[in-house]
Design a protein around this ligand. Sequence first.
Ligand code: PHE
Ligand code: NA
Length: 459
Amino acid sequence: MNAREQWGTRAGFILAAIGSAVGLGNIWRFPYVAYENGGGAFFLPYLFALLTAGIPLLIMEFTLGHKYRGSAPLSYARFTKKAEWIGWWQVAISFVIATYYAVIIAWAISYTFFAFNQSWGEDTGGFLMGEYLQRVDIVSGGAPGDFGSLVPGVLIPLIVVWIITLGVLFKGVKRGIEVANRIFIPLLVVMFLLIVIRAVTLEGALDGLNAFFRPDWAEIMSPGVWVAAYGQIFFSLSIAFAIMITYSSYLPKKADINNNAFITGFSNSSFELLAGIGVFAALGFMASASGTTVADVADAGIGLAFVVFPEIINTFPGFNGFFGVLFFGSLVLAGLSSLISIVETFISGLQDKFQISRAKAVAFGGGLSALISLLYATQGGLFFLDAADYFINQFGVALAGLVSVIAVAWFVKGLPTLQNHANGVSDFRTGAWWKVCLGVITPFVLGYMFIQNTVINLT
Ligand code: PHE
Ligand code: NA
């Protein structure tokens, strides 16, 4: 077997890790999750989850990949044969996510073009997926649409998404993934800063920010809010998805694991906060323009990006096409850099397991997920997209994180080994707190909240 591929530079790895972390989860997911779970009060469980679970787990995954130099299943297997299944479970979750994540990016591409002249018209809820989204919302008991008919405007962008993603992955770690992120991430930061600056200077922006940050302290007693905070941290940092293990398996021997984890974690959360500010400032503007309240215009989930934002752009003062292109364009960039990382996890897993070349793994693994994603491109398929997203988030994300810490800390008793390795290569050494966070606090707090929340949901 050839030597394992490597990142060209430290910045290359960090940009790729941030590229994976910063995604649709930051831009459309975080703002409404925070808003629905206590507003300003959500930051307490959120910060708690970031500091006691998110960053410690990121250090753990970086260490696993760096020490054992394999895709997630191989790294876990080398750690202890008994743990290989955790890696495969995470790869499987990533596979499911990849199939629908690609479709959302495809919409964002279409919407980037529509934004030029607001071709979504006056009734943004009735335009393209707006209408379908209202029909398929699984939580409120929607029903599938027609499988025979494609959602208009999604097929060609979807093909483009897969050509870019698989093309980048085909090129490999240094010449593909690293180069792509070096272009996408700086561009994304500039575009997004422009949006936020414009948004906070709009009329009514303050009302939006007030609605977003107003703390609802009663909410933080509810287990559901804590599970939401952990779920957001895990999803947003791309941990427990096999990704960070895979990316760190391409690190050179000399690499500062602890520092890299803190940089990645804080960059992602800063971007999230920025997105919350930008989105709610814009919602505040829309509320004041239409004479309603922020609560009336805030909408959950995909509807926020694809129904409410077009509406905001419609009411925008001045040259509104530009703002729209920036907004949907940044969704595309953030989404693509995340999709690349998701697909890389199973490509890398296939390569290690079957000893096949990258090209074959891309063709087979990438090709299969591209094919499956076509299912969601039909009107009926959107029902499954909503279902997949719902179940992955309800049962996949927090649970996979919980299981992996319990397995590593309690069954394998592997925390000291991993900590020695990470501290040996890092400038900044973690102390006993790292083991306490992963071995005690995370399993108990997350486990308790998870059981409470499931029981409440079932009764
Ligand atoms: N972390 C990315 C986001 O915030 C999404 C993601 C999830 C990426 C799972 C990879 C795996 O959107
Ligand atoms: Na994120």
